[in-house]
Design a protein around this ligand. Structure first.
Ligand code: GLU
Length: 485
């Protein structure tokens, strides 16, 4: 059997987004599952849209996610590794021009000097006449078999003497495109660079790619690629087009619904394994009625199957990503979580030692969905926040109590907590005693003590929270609330 070789071929025209990473991941999974190779190629032939910083961001994104290629323009570390996988480099060495010249020589392609302005006019005329516009060699009569400088080369569709092109998608079945819908598309642009349409076919062939896995937006051009494979008499690789990813509003994924630079997920404290797990489920599921949702990288490599890739749009559900990430955070040891959370602590935490911070982490680990939530969930552990009266006035039960009642409950709390050693067990006993003495329900009394000691409407278990805050801090805060309530 042929060795499986897949490739991820990003264009450095912008930042790598989740859709791109999903494509990279599916290519990575198939190659690793079949003992094949996963190749990383840089498609930088669009010089007008070229964004140099995008290359570094692509590399950083892949490195962060551990999607390590077996070969490519980058494998690991900071510097480019194999420049044969960079299209601009291949262009310099004449790879594409040579093949285009051969097509021109065979009468299957031609230099087309029609200017952009003339083209626009032709398009305009066609649209006025309500006719589809399709560029053909006869259009301006200026076209030439001779080399013309700074002029694009187009494929000569009519010279192919065929009516249609058929191709197969491994998950969507057969496609047939009529050549009456395919214009004489450009293969080499006026700047001498190949178009994506031309270069991807040549590269995939010369790089022995066996499976092309990419987004479904390429379905409409795959007929063109099929033609090129046939013209060069090259075997076609297998084509697999992944379903589009929509936002939870059912519309095309946008920045608002999750389509952000993948490194923003890193910066918000999503774990790479969790993001990969989530992305793997966008367009693939384990099938056989399995409801498994958490997959390690190795499990994904084992369970992945092209047959189980869906055709219908995948939905980017931010809540699901948060849930999955939360599951991964819960699996971490406190020491590991502590290491990962270094850059996320609230500012004031710098005055506290590691063991205090670890104790805080142990309390919030259950509730953390991503690490950037840390300040919001833990700031009260590190600073005395100003009294927030709304926490009481908006509280269903507490709002019914008079100031005197509130003060008196807080005083009783302080009295009894003064006698506690602030271990969780003792605090639990003392708090229960307090319920008995005051005849109040936990929802009243514990909420009040929580608000007084944290100035937050929600916190981990009260006894746990007080134990970490410590006796001095807790009692001081209760006391100031008595004075200000
Ligand atoms: N360079 C193309 C892109 O970034 C890759 C398309 C493909 O995978 O063939 O969209």
């Amino acid at each position: 059997m042929k060795v499986v070789r897949t490739r991820f071929a990003p264009s450095p025209t912008g930042f790598l987004h989740v859709g791109g990473i999903r494509t990279a991941l599916f290519n990575y999974l198939l190659a690793n599952q079949r003992g094949g190779q996963f190749i990383l190629r840089l498609e930088d032939t669009d010089r007008q849209r070229f964004v140099p910083e995008a290359i570094e961001q692509i590399v950083d994104g892949l490195a962060w996610l551990g999607l390590k290629p077996d070969d490519g323009f980058w494998i690991s570390g900071g510097t480019p590794q194999n420049i044969d996988y960079i299209q601009s480099n291949r262009q310099k060495s004449g790879t594409y021009q040579k093949l285009a010249d051969k097509l021109v020589g065979d009468g299957l392609a031609y230099y087309s000097p029609t200017t952009t302005k003339e083209l626009e006019n032709l398009r305009l005329q066609a649209s006025k006449a309500k006719k589809p516009f399709l560029y053909r060699r006869v259009i301006d009569g200026n076209n030439s078999d001779k080399l013309l400088p700074n002029v694009p080369i187009r494929l000569n569709i009519e010279a192919l003497k065929r009516t249609n092109v058929e191709w197969q998608d491994e998950i969507r079945g057969k496609f047939a495109d009529s050549l009456t819908n395919i214009e004489d598309f450009i293969i080499i642009k006026s700047d001498g660079f190949p178009t994506y349409n031309f270069a991807n076919v040549i590269d995939d062939h010369q790089m022995n790619i066996s499976h092309i896995i990419r987004g479904e937006e390429f379905i409409s051009s795959t007929g063109k690629y099929g033609l090129l494979y046939d013209i060069f008499k090259w075997n076609r690789p297998k084509f697999i087009h992944l379903p589009v990813i929509n936002g939870s509003d059912g519309k095309k994924l946008s920045k608002r619904t999750g389509d952000t630079n993948v490194l923003e997920y890193r910066d918000k404290g999503y774990l790479p394994e969790a993001l990969l797990n989530f992305l793997a489920l966008l367009g693939w599921n384990p099938g056989d009625g399995s409801t498994q949702e958490i997959f390690s990288r190795d499990e994904l490599v084992k369970a992945f199957s092209l047959k189980a890739v869906n055709k219908s749009p995948a939905i980017f559900d931010q809540k699901r990503l948060d849930w999955i990430n939360g599951q991964y955070i819960r699996q971490l040891t406190i020491d590991k979580l502590f290491v990962l959370s270094q850059s996320f602590w609230p500012k004031q935490s710098k005055h506290f030692d590691d063991s205090y911070k670890k104790a805080v982490l142990a309390l919030v680990q259950e509730r953390l969905k991503f690490l950037a939530e840390l300040p919001q969930l833990t700031n009260f552990f590190f600073e005395d926040l100003p009294i927030d009266h709304k926490l009481i006035t908006n509280h269903k039960q507490l709002s019914k109590l008079s100031k005197d009642e509130l003060k008196s409950f807080l005083r009783s709390a302080k009295q009894i907590l003064l006698k506690s050693d602030f271990s969780v067990t003792d605090l639990t006993n003392k708090l229960n005693e307090l319920l008995k003495i005051t005849g109040q329900k936990p929802v009243v009394l514990f909420s009040l003590i929580r608000i007084a000691s944290t100035q937050a409407s929600a916190s981990p278990q009260l006894a746990d929270t007080l134990a970490v805050l410590g006796k001095e801090r807790s009692l001081k805060r209760i006391e100031s609330t008595v004075n200000e309530v």
